[in-house]
Design a protein around this ligand. Sequence first.
Ligand code: SAH
Length: 343
Amino acid sequence: MQDIKELTLKGLEEKLQAFGVQAYHAQQIFTWIYKKATIDFGQMSDLPKGLRDKLKDNFYISDLKIVKRLKSSDGTQKLLFQSQDTNLIEAVIIPAKDRVTACVSTQVGCKWACSFCASGLKGFKRNLSCSEILDEILYLKKEALPLALTHLVFMGTGEPLDNYTQVLPAIKIINSPLGFNIGARRITLSTSGIIPGIQKLAGEGLQVELSVSLHAADEALRSRFMPVNKKYPLKDLIKACKEYSFKTNRQITFEYILIKGVNSSLSNAQSLSRLLEGWKLAKVNLIPSNTISGLKVEPPGKKDILLFKNYLVQQGIKVTLRKARGEDINAACGQLRLNYAQQ
Ligand code: SAH
């Protein structure tokens, strides 16, 4: 038995052909699964009965259980799911003026254990399957109604490029007009800096946005709070990112969390500006850190945040300042899952 959500449209067409069935039925099946959120082959009323039986014999349709819903006063909604093997998975809907963003997880836990992030506190459990990732979106889509999801970010728990084989088909289905129909440029993959994954992604010919969680612009500081830097040092990461932007001609967003007393001084801004100097396809997104109980992480004051930002602007670096969302429901990476697991 195979989970049908593991197949891209092309993959499903090939399976159907192997069954001796017309390939176009794959489009109907996709519509039932991703547009109508059907979890029973028996309900796919426009398919021939024989095909429905064949599907039942060969596939199942996975499903997640919602165990908790939280709604922030700013409209951000967080869902906590339980997988069939009782792991907890979290996902968030972030409505804004001109967009509705779904933020999904790609792993249960995270093995990189960045010191400011709650996701890695309990270590790494396992990769999510492609279908579990798609299930998160199916539920977010339902929950967001009457609003429609317009953007999708892989910025929940986990490192998407460590789960490449499941994330790639998920991107294709999210992007497919018969799947979630979210344009590639509205899909953002965020990585802590997994170099082989960035290199592989550069060759896929996808138009998705790449974000790199940088958070420090010098080697020693980055290694101190992002263990991933010991395996993939900043120097090599920047080289891989430059190659990526050269090959794809696409902008890279460098996420930079501002943490009080750690990486948010003027001299840190100077290092960052030196690192990205003259690189037209680089952009910085500053994020005042969320405070996470149990971790000594808090944002700098407003004045320091603006000093940091203005310095980068003066140096000609493209920079945005992200507004914190969903703080009252612990919408920062990994928090809900953690709190729930501790109850
Ligand atoms: N592992 C990938 C994908 C997760 S993205 C990555 O690191 O990019 C999750 C985002 O939330 C990352 O940019 C991460 O740095 C950010 N994050 C983690 N802890 C945070 C905190 N305390 N405050 C604000 N953002 C945080």
